[in-house]
Design a protein around this ligand. Structure first.
Ligand SMILES: Cc1ncc(COP(=O)(O)O)c(C=O)c1O
Length: 316
């Protein structure tokens, strides 16, 4: 049976046409702005978390546990929703030694009063074991904890992304080749949209991962989600075909953020979506996409600023 959701955001989210792409590169580009679904917790992850929090309320969960890095959108959204649903929230945050003291996402998790447990980068490989210890401890205290994995993928979060797929249908062209560009972290968005469009031969989902990752970890997750969702999906063999890993991060982020805004009137999150967009731009310049294609770029998150970036602005 398809799971249920709490409606927590405003959907559908808008598409922004970028006319300069047609002029410059001969492709039609629209950007789907997912953050508009909520003024603080908007973003694609909210779609999955609508289903996950429904599950939490039907199971009478007392404590939610999750994890992410200091800029994590997932952790921000979970901490604020946990407050709304009166559930205790424990977050394991990957914390570099020389980290910028604060980013806006991290600030929100603090304001939402989440129990933040900092894990140094060199201990991060042990985070699952550490989280599991907390899970067991809470159970011994007669609480009902629930672990939300990195990416909110699998059952039931997958169904939130299916709704994004449905929202994209009116923007899919029957006359030309379509590409949907997705940022990739855990790969859950890419996985779900690839399934959604698997029967649509003129639509390719292209995933771009701006972090150091490897096929192995994604292969493991894809296998696990395929197993969890097997009564809802058909297995797909070539899941890696359109996945690009470890794309180079641009160091002069502020300059690139400024250029993208000046040229296209698009403001993108410097930590996540901007590097993906820059790589996508380089693919266009290298003729990866057919001329005349119809492209939809998913702007998955809101803008998260840290004091390091802001201090680079210099003196006004
Ligand atoms: C803004 C944003 N975009 C994309 C992603 C990646 O999504 P996924 O984990 O589904 O690959 C994340 C989370 O990691 C995110 O916060």
């Amino acid at each position: 049976m398809t799971p249920h959701k709490h409606r927590l955001g405003v959907f559908p989210t808008p598409l922004q046409k970028i006319p300069l792409f047609l002029e410059r590169y001969g492709v039609s580009l629209n950007i789907k702005h997912e953050a508009t679904s909520h003024y603080i917790i908007g973003g694609t992850k909210l779609r999955s978390l609508e289903y996950i929090f429904h599950e939490l309320s039907t199971q009478n969960i007392t404590d939610v546990i999750s994890l992410g890095d200091i800029n994590s959108n997932q952790c921000k959204i979970i901490s604020i929703l946990a407050k709304k649903f009166n559930i205790n929230c424990h977050l394991f945050i990957r914390t570099p030694e020389n980290r910028a003291a604060l980013s806006s996402n991290h600030l929100f998790t603090k304001i939402a009063n989440a129990n933040i447990i900092s894990i140094p980068v060199n201990k991060w490989l042990m985070v699952s074991a550490i989280a599991n210890r907390l899970l067991e401890k809470l159970k011994r205290e007669n609480k009902k904890p629930y672990f939300i994995p990195f990416g909110c993928g699998g059952f039931p979060g997958f169904f939130g992304i299916m709704e994004l797929g449905k929202e994209l249908l009116p923007a899919i062209s029957s006359a030309s080749q379509n590409y949907i560009i997705t940022p990739v972290g855990s790969g859950s968005l890419y996985f779900a949209l690839t399934h959604f469009f698997s029967q649509n031969i003129n639509t390719n989902v292209v995933g771009i991962c701006p972090f150091e990752e490897n096929n192995h970890r994604h292969a493991h997750r894809f296998k696990q989600w395929t197993e969890e969702l097997k009564s809802f999906i058909l297995p797909i063999n070539n899941l890696f075909e359109n996945l690009h890993f470890n794309v180079p991060l641009h160091l002069k982020t502020l300059d690139e953020m400024t250029r993208v805004f000046q040229e296209y009137e698009v403001l993108l999150d410097p930590h996540y979506v901007l590097p993906v967009f820059l790589y996508f731009e380089s693919m266009i310049k290298n003729n990866y996409f057919q001329k005349g294609s119809n492209i939809i770029f998913i702007n998955t998150g809101s803008i998260n600023l840290d004091n390091e970036l802001i201090s680079n602005i210099g003196h006004l």
